[in-house]
Design a protein around this ligand. Structure first.
Ligand SMILES: *[C@@H]1O[C@H](CO)[C@@H](O)[C@H](O)[C@H]1NC(C)=O
Ligand SMILES: *[C@@H]1O[C@H](CO)[C@@H](O)[C@H](O)[C@H]1NC(C)=O
Ligand SMILES: *[C@@H]1O[C@H](CO)[C@@H](O)[C@H](O)[C@H]1NC(C)=O
Ligand SMILES: *[C@@H]1O[C@H](CO)[C@@H](O)[C@H](O)[C@H]1NC(C)=O
Ligand SMILES: *[C@@H]1O[C@H](CO)[C@@H](O)[C@H](O)[C@H]1NC(C)=O
Ligand SMILES: *[C@@H]1O[C@H](CO)[C@@H](O)[C@H](O)[C@H]1NC(C)=O
Ligand SMILES: *[C@@H]1O[C@H](CO)[C@@H](O)[C@H](O)[C@H]1NC(C)=O
Ligand SMILES: *[C@@H]1O[C@H](CO)[C@@H](O)[C@H](O)[C@H]1NC(C)=O
Length: 470
């Protein structure tokens, strides 16, 4: 099949006709962002008193006393300051697959290594010659027009210059998932550099695809095998369609809708306060150590602010670091390819335990499943090369030894959850790392993680990086 040849060709095809490199931000993206920022500024300012009042309400204070005593008596202004600060540094994560998937149109690990910019799903669809009437694209097209004010395409098949105006889906990781984005979205998560992409980040209070299907456009045709009974019950009053979207600087108006969106108390017993508790126990705002955060339920995985990039961000520099899915990629050729790309592009690389399930089944099908969601390790060889992180002398050797065990098992049979656990436990102690937070490092935007001892893992100086990447 011709499409399987594409990865090998991409290096020479992209950047040339018929897929020339788009502008880093098109004129339409710039004017759309300016319009969004102006509206966000007003809406955020207007919402601040309501947010402060909520933070001072009896039920909210009672919840904090119970879950997060260290911050239960902080003034509402300080709680808001922390929220804003954490929002500025929380990971902007996009997970992509090792191999092409059916519903989502996305670049693969190998392809991204050959790109000069990070493509959005419509650009990928044109490159892959996918039919845009099938899969998730119609839902996302509707959401981008309805919610972010993107211009409709003139014809059913968009042109290469039209698709350059669209956006890249990003999960905002305030809940500190080890996988950055939801584990079933893909095998390799790229985390964008928030400083680098700041003037293109546009934020919705909840996953726009889900909200579009459940609330804004409830009669639309659902993609793939999805059926309505599989969609979560949302609270459609939480986010009125007229609510302006936000930016990293102006998002106070999204704080309460984000907590209310997944809390429909008619259909479930979940309330906004439950969502608030789930956020606070996982976030660094409450000063709970990463190793002590409680497991995540499947329902809360999707409660992120959707913080999309309205640009064509340049590679490799727009990406801050990567996270490989340990259960699906450790001990595989795809995993080796990912390591090689990270090394060549000088991206620091981590691994996440995620669901611990090597079959990569969509965990949403098992609603009572809980994920630890706080298990991340450094790739020892990579981290020594790309950052000032330190690992114990034997860590690289152990990593390779366990990798070979995994290769041997995977050559004989499919890996099981037990295999994944065993490999993970052989590495976990030596290499454990945590996401950075607003309070972890002095120069937080130069840093990619925190090690076991609480020391920041930061990138080397830019001059040195350039020497590595040419
Ligand atoms: C794309 O799929 C739709 C719906 O299945 C179909 O009507 C249309 O003809 C297809 N277009 C192309 C170019 O194959
Ligand atoms: C929708 O999915 C549910 C749960 O998987 C299943 O029980 C039901 O039969 C499906 N309905 C349709 C119309 O396919
Ligand atoms: C809550 O869910 C029910 C069932 O899905 C739905 O009919 C109702 O409109 C929802 N309530 C709100 C406020 O969205
Ligand atoms: C939906 O959220 C609003 C807050 O935005 C809340 O007042 C209302 O009770 C919620 N409705 C349901 C059905 O949970
Ligand atoms: C909500 O809680 C009540 C009382 O605890 C329980 O009887 C009921 O089954 C719950 N409903 C749902 C949908 O979980
Ligand atoms: C890495 O560099 C940062 C910033 O210079 C510093 O704060 C941190 O302690 C260093 N980390 C290690 C492990 O040396
Ligand atoms: C591994 O799993 C796949 C998908 O479930 C299956 O098709 C394949 O036969 C399995 N391979 C082995 C060696 O068991
Ligand atoms: C992120 O981008 C900023 C500005 O371009 C740069 O100073 C910083 O070093 C970058 N951080 C990382 C971790 O690459």
């Amino acid at each position: 099949m011709a499409r399987w040849l594409l990865p090998a060709l991409l290096g020479s095809v992209l950047g040339l006709e018929p897929f020339p490199t788009p502008p880093e931000q098109t004129a339409e993206q710039i004017s759309n962002f300016q319009r969004i920022r102006a509206r966000a500024r007003d809406a955020s300012l207007a919402a601040t008193p309501q947010v402060l009042a909520y933070f001072d309400s009896q039920p909210f204070r009672g919840m904090l006393k119970d879950c997060c005593p260290k911050i239960a008596d902080l003034p509402a202004e300080e709680l808001l300051r922390r929220y804003r600060a954490e929002a500025q540094v929380a990971e902007l994560a996009h997970a992509l697959p090792a191999q092409m998937k059916d519903i989502f149109s996305d670049v693969t690990v190998k392809e991204v290594g050959g790109m000069s910019w990070f493509p959005n799903e419509f650009q990928v669809a044109l490159i892959h010659h996918r039919n845009l009437s099938i899969g998730a694209s119609p839902v996302n097209d509707a959401a981008q027009k309805d919610i972010f004010g993107c211009k409709p395409f003139a014809e059913r098949e968009p042109t290469w210059s039209e698709v350059a105006n669209r956006l890249i889906y990003i999960a905002h990781n305030m809940r500190r998932l080890d996988s950055g984005s939801e584990p079933f979205f893909g095998d390799f998560t790229v985390v964008f550099n928030s400083t680098h992409v700041k003037d293109s980040v546009v934020i919705a209070p909840y996953d726009t695809g889900l909200y579009e299907m459940v609330c804004f456009n409830p009669h639309m045709k659902l993609p793939g095998q999805l059926n309505r009974s599989m969609l979560p019950p949302l609270n459609c009053s939480a986010w009125p369609k007229s609510l302006p979207v936000g930016t990293l600087d102006y998002l106070d108006h999204l704080i309460l809708p984000n907590l209310a969106a997944a809390a429909n108390s008619t259909k479930t017993n979940r309330t906004m306060l439950d969502s608030a508790r789930d956020l606070y126990v996982r976030s660094s705002m409450s000063e709970i150590d990463y190793q002590d955060v409680p497991a995540l339920g499947m329902q809360n995985l999707g409660d992120y602010l959707e913080s999309d990039i309205l640009a064509n961000p340049r590679l490799p520099e727009a990406v801050k670091f990567g996270i490989g899915s340990f259960p699906t990629l450790f001990g595989t050729q795809d995993g080796r390819d990912m390591q090689a790309i990270a090394k060549r592009l000088h991206w620091p690389l981590f691994w996440s335990f995620g669901t611990g399930d090597p079959t990569a089944q969509d965990p949403h099908m098992t609603l009572d499943l809980k994920l630890p969601g706080n298990l991340r390790i450094a790739d020892p060889e990579n981290i020594l090369m790309t950052t000032n992180g330190t690992v114990s002398g034997s860590a690289s050797e152990t990593f390779e030894k366990v990798w070979q065990e995994a290769v041997e098992v995977r050559a004989k049979r499919n890996a099981t959850k037990q295999d994944v656990h065993k490999w993970w436990h052989a590495l976990d102690d030596q290499l454990r790392a945590a996401p950075i937070t607003w309070r972890s490092c002095a120069s937080v935007h130069d840093c990619v993680g925190v090690d076991f001892a609480g020391d920041c893992i930061c990138v080397s100086k830019r001059e040195e990086r350039i020497a590595f990447t040419v």
